[in-house]
Write a protein that binds this ligand. Structure first.
Ligand SMILES: [Zn+2]
Length: 135
């Protein structure tokens, strides 16, 4: 398979509402759109076992990886500025935000800390609950 993105703009009267349709095409099937149509690239992609759309059904646990590759290829293609922005937004949506990880000062386990107004959490939740039940 030689997958590419094919982006078309939906015609709407309101410019702000102009939407772009992201389609996945397979250039091995045919070079002329719309014959090589594979499926729509959904906005939300989960790489789970249960697929909620055709894209996830086709690519399963590779869904996010393949979607990212397609979007990155799309960035290299010469689309207009607005379309490029939408591609970037979609890529960002597929990249999980790095979590705030710190080492617990009590058990030195890595945990996801929360920030407060005067600093951030220094003991992990397990140690916090242990301490709370001790008294
Ligand atoms: Zn701890």
């Amino acid at each position: 398979m030689n997958l590419r993105l094919h982006i078309t703009q939906k015609e709407t009267k309101d410019y702000l509402l102009a939407q772009r349709r992201f389609t996945v095409v397979d250039l091995d099937m045919s070079k002329d759109y719309p014959q090589p149509f594979v499926c729509i690239l959904p906005i939300n992609i989960k790489a789970g076992i249960k697929s909620s759309n055709i894209f996830e059904g086709l690519f399963g646990t590779d869904s996010i990886k393949i979607a990212k590759q397609l979007l990155e290829k799309g960035l290299k293609s010469k689309y207009d500025l607005e379309t490029t922005r939408v591609i970037r937004d979609r890529l960002k949506q597929l990249t999980p935000r790095p979590k705030n990880i710190a080492k617990c000062i009590n058990c030195s386990k890595d945990f996801e800390y929360r920030t407060y107004r005067f600093g951030r959490q220094k003991t992990c939740n397990d140690c916090l609950t242990q301490r709370a039940t001790r008294y």
